[in-house]
Design a protein around this ligand. Structure first.
Ligand SMILES: Nc1nc2c(c(=O)[nH]1)N[C@H]1C(S)=C(S)[C@@H](COP(=O)(O)O)O[C@H]1N2
Ligand SMILES: [Mo]
Length: 239
């Protein structure tokens, strides 16, 4: 394998350092535009460079309750009137691929796992962002429970509405990445925001946060995603 040119690598590292610094400053207050610009900016890097530069220590900013965006904003590849209505009784999360314990999970089983609650900013590539509070099971914990091979390259997600995307394993194991089942303190996710389960990954852009999850596959096979395939959106799309 060819080593990256050190000069070029140094430049990329510097560029990312600036973005990460801007994100951490975002915690302090009025720098939200900088945070959004940094996340949208990473979409211009190529996937290999972004993966090489990914730091598991880089945290997305957290916000106080007073900064919640109310009402929150809906987005999907269809209008809000067409949001799928999923019956909890018949719903299962199917887990397969490079895991020791493949199988189906009910919502009640997922809700019984130790939860994480975080107020973070969802940033859509289309140029808006909104702050919300999500509660769910940390994905790294869940992957541990099902005996996922964490040397696999990707975690791929499929959804009840036909949407799909995948993320790199390092991002899947990031401490802020969760399978969310509650929004702004509600007992369950509202339909429009992904009932019964969505991926919430604040270190990546909105389109890497699939709603209405039906399946998770741990895999070495690259499968891209809905917007990545349709519009050439950058696959890594994160910090
Ligand atoms: N299943 C599904 N998940 C999806 C989408 C979608 O169309 N279908 N749209 C994505 C995009 S582009 C964005 S910005 C966010 C919007 O999430 P929100 O409705 O909670 O704001 O969901 C993402 N997840
Ligand atoms: Mo989006």
């Amino acid at each position: 394998m060819k080593e990256p040119d050190p000069g070029r690598r140094g430049f990329l590292r510097l560029a990312l350092g600036g973005g990460a610094a801007a994100l951490l400053q975002g915690c302090a207050g009025t720098d939200n535009d900088t945070v959004a610009a940094a996340l949208r900016g990473v979409s211009r890097f190529n996937d290999a460079a972004q993966a090489a530069l990914f730091s598991p220590q880089t945290l997305a900013p957290l916000y106080p309750r007073s900064e919640l965006t109310l009402p929150f904003r809906f987005n999907a590849f269809y209008s809000e009137a067409s949001v799928p209505e999923i019956d909890e009784a018949g719903w299962r999360l199917a887990v397969d691929g490079m895991v020791l314990s493949p199988g189906d999970w009910t919502l009640a089983q997922l809700k019984s796992l130790p939860p994480l609650t975080e107020i973070t900013r969802l940033i859509c590539i289309e140029g808006w962002s909104a702050v919300g509070q999500w509660t769910g099971v940390p994905l790294h914990y869940f992957l541990g429970l099902v005996g996922a091979n964490t040397r696999a390259k990707y975690v791929a997600f499929r959804c009840a509405d036909g949407y799909y995307t995948s993320i790199d394993m390092a991002s899947a194991l990031h401490p802020q990445t969760m399978l969310a089942f509650s929004f702004n303190g509600s007992a369950s996710l509202p339909d429009e925001f992904g009932f019964p389960l969505r991926l919430r990954i604040p270190t990546k852009l909105g389109f890497k946060n699939p709603k209405h999850l039906t399946g998770i596959t741990v895999t070495d096979q690259f499968t891209s995603g809905y917007w990545e395939d349709l519009h050439g959106y950058n696959w890594f799309a994160g910090l």
